[in-house]
Ligand binder design. Structure first.
Ligand SMILES: *Cc1c(COP(=O)(O)O)cnc(C)c1O
Length: 432
């Protein structure tokens, strides 16, 4: 027996012992073969982005001393300051704010908006409703301390039914009070298409022709390192995201980033800490090395998650489910939606993902009435970092068409296994 054959045999037995039937294993093999060309393309993007990050680190002369920590005020934290320079170089921006004190993606987005909008200004979204948590930030749903409470108004133009930009209404909506334009790259948990960097660039160009001094912020969550360029390469003044998604590489235990124009970032720093203090304070609390290393791994980790998303799309499409995006479509984020048609399907899918987790694999996810949602929600996550969605995870509201949103996988090998486990659970529940 050749070595390759022997490894394949051993792997087959291992999969069997972990619950995958021969039939489901074969489905995985077939999908992987069919997707070989696609995966090669993903690897090429990862290779480019790996070099981009490496070059940024070398140019900033990252050294062991930058892994030292600070406590208290965090004055003169050279590691933290160098990390921010590396982010700025990676995103090709003048400056960046990368902090553990930014608690999550929503916080980073709020910071970028609150710092750059003043009473009387208007915030404008040309791409429809923003991510759920932003509704309270903006005050679309009334909330204490929302931007609306501080006299910032909000306007939006929806995408046209075919997903294209509504150029006429966008032109009409931009007025003398429009100060910040917010563009969400990822569809998030919506059914609209995710925007490519090219399309974002086209939109920014159009907007800046109408009003050159407007500040364009892009919610970059889930989109980092999926293409070779980022929205900051096509005119965005700020790109914003969470470190427990793509750019933390699965290692960052907390944090958020904003990369962009120097004056915008300065305002963000003053808003995060205090006027007069800005970037000078904010202890790194031992996280510098993890943030550097996570960013270094991020291109490859994000590529693994992307392969998982394409793999899931291919398999579930083949099994007769509607998947968004389709397996042949181009990708601009790591989220995959599958319409599972029944509550049993949604539960079985999540059960399989949970069974594949490295942490809490022995628990069975149950739907619960999560605050802020109008129906019960089920979530599967067995992550090293709480709520980390660059790790293998799935969730969805228990209402028709019972769509699951699937993302992550720190390695392609793990994402692959998780998806096949979800198929196995669907089979065992008699749903496919
Ligand atoms: C995750 C996400 C957010 C918010 O991030 P949290 O870290 O959950 O607060 C905002 N926008 C988009 C598109 C996201 O995917």
């Amino acid at each position: 027996m050749s070595n390759t054959t022997q490894i394949s045999e051993e792997l087959k037995q291992l999969y069997t012992s972990m619950g995958l039937s021969d039939e489901v294993q074969a489905l995985g093999e077939e999908a992987e073969e069919a997707l070989a060309g696609r995966f090669q393309e993903i690897d090429r993007v990862a290779r480019f982005n790996q070099m981009k990050v490496l070059k940024a680190m070398q140019e900033c002369r990252v050294a062991e001393q930058h892994f030292a920590t600070s406590t208290g005020y965090g004055y003169n934290d050279d590691g933290r300051d160098t990390l921010e320079k590396v982010y700025a170089k990676t995103f090709h921006t003048e400056d960046a704010l990368v902090r553990a004190q930014i608690t999550c993606g929503t916080h980073a987005l709020h910071l970028a908006l609150a710092a750059n909008l003043r009473p009387g200004d208007e915030l404008y979204s040309p791409v429809g409703k923003p991510y759920d948590t932003l509704e309270e930030v903006i005050g679309i749903r009334p909330s204490t301390c929302s931007l609306a409470e501080y006299g910032v108004t909000y306007a939006q133009t929806d995408l046209l039914p075919d997903g294209s930009f509504d150029w006429e209404n966008i032109r009409r909506s931009i007025n003398e009070r429009t100060k910040v334009v917010t563009i969400q790259r990822s569809k998030g948990y919506d059914s609209r298409p995710t925007l490519s960097v090219d399309r974002i660039g086209e939109l920014i160009h159009f907007i800046k022709e109408i009003k050159p001094d407007v500040i364009v912020m892009v919610d970059n969550c889930y989109g980092e390192f999926i293409e070779t360029r980022e929205p900051s390469d096509v005119g965005a003044d700020m790109v914003v995201g969470s470190l427990i998604k793509n750019p933390g590489g699965g290692l960052a235990p907390v944090g958020g980033y904003i990369a962009g124009r120097k004056d915008c970032i300065e305002r963000c720093a003053y808003r995060l800490t205090s006027p007069g203090l800005g970037k000078e304070v904010g202890a790194s609390l031992g996280l510098n090395q993890t943030f550097f290393q996570g960013l270094f791994l991020a291109p490859v980790v994000s590529a693994g998650a992307l392969k998982g998303a394409v793999f899931a799309a291919y398999i579930y499409e083949k099994l007769g489910f509607k998947v968004i995006p389709g397996s042949g479509e181009s990708r601009h984020d790591i989220i995959q939606a599958v319409e599972l048609k029944t509550p049993e399907g949604l539960k079985a899918f999540c059960k399989g993902i949970q069974m594949a987790a490295p942490v809490d694999s022995f628990v069975v996810p149950e739907p619960w009435a999560m605050p802020g949602y109008d129906s019960e929600v089920i979530m599967a996550a067995g992550a090293f970092v709480q709520g980390s969605s660059i790790e293998l995870s799935a969730d969805g509201p228990l209402r028709p068409p019972y769509t699951v949103f699937f993302q992550g996988g720190l390695t392609w090998e793990h994402a692959r296994f998780g998806i096949l486990m979800s198929v196995q659970q669907m089979k065992e529940a008699g749903l496919i």
